[in-house]
Design a protein around this ligand. Sequence first.
Ligand code: SF4
Length: 191
Amino acid sequence: MYKIESHVVMTTTEDYIENYVDVPKFLGYCKKCDSYGKNWSCPEFNFDAEGVWEKYKYVYIIGTKVIFDKDVINSLEDIEIAKEQMQEALWKEKKVLMEKLWKLEEDYPGAISLAAGSCKLCKICQRKIDKHCIHPDKMRYSIESIGGDVGKTLSKLLGIELQWAKDGKLPEYYTLVSGLLTNKDDITIEI
Ligand code: SF4
C-alpha cells in the first residue's frame, strides 16, 4: 500500500536556532490547535522552549516519507475513508519510528529524541483531566512544539516539500519529521 523513504541530516543547534526556531511564531500556531494545553507534549510549557535546543550541540533531523501507492490512492473513491487509512498507516509508522528513536537514546546516552508530532501514547492525554503524564519516560516533544519550523526544516535541510490533502485530492506522500538532540557529531542514523 505504501513505501517508506528516510532522509537524515545533521546540523548544529546554533545554526538550527538561528535559522529554524521561532518560539513565539509557532506558539501562536499551537494556540489555534485543539491540543493546545491539553496534551503534555504540547505548549503551553512551564519551561523555556528555546532552552531545550540550547542544552545540546547538534540536532539530527529525520524525515520519513510515507509514499502511498498511486494505484491504491486512485482506487479509493471516498476521500474520508482514504484519509483514515493513511492516518492508520502514519500512526503505525510513527510507532515504529518512536521505538527506533528510543533505541538511539539508549545507544547514545545523553541524547534525547524529538517526536513526529504530538504524543499519542494514551487514548486520552492525562492533561485533559488535570493529571500528570503517565509515561514521562517515553513522552517526547516534537520539533514544532518547541518552536522549530518543520516546513522550512524539511525543504531547506532535507529538500522535501510538505504535502497534505487539498481540494479533495490526496497527497502523494506524507512526511513524519522527528529528530535527535545530542552532543555527538558522529552518529550514523539508519532508520
Ligand atoms: S504519555 Fe499519555 S499522558 Fe503523557 S503526554 Fe503522552 S498521551 Fe499525555
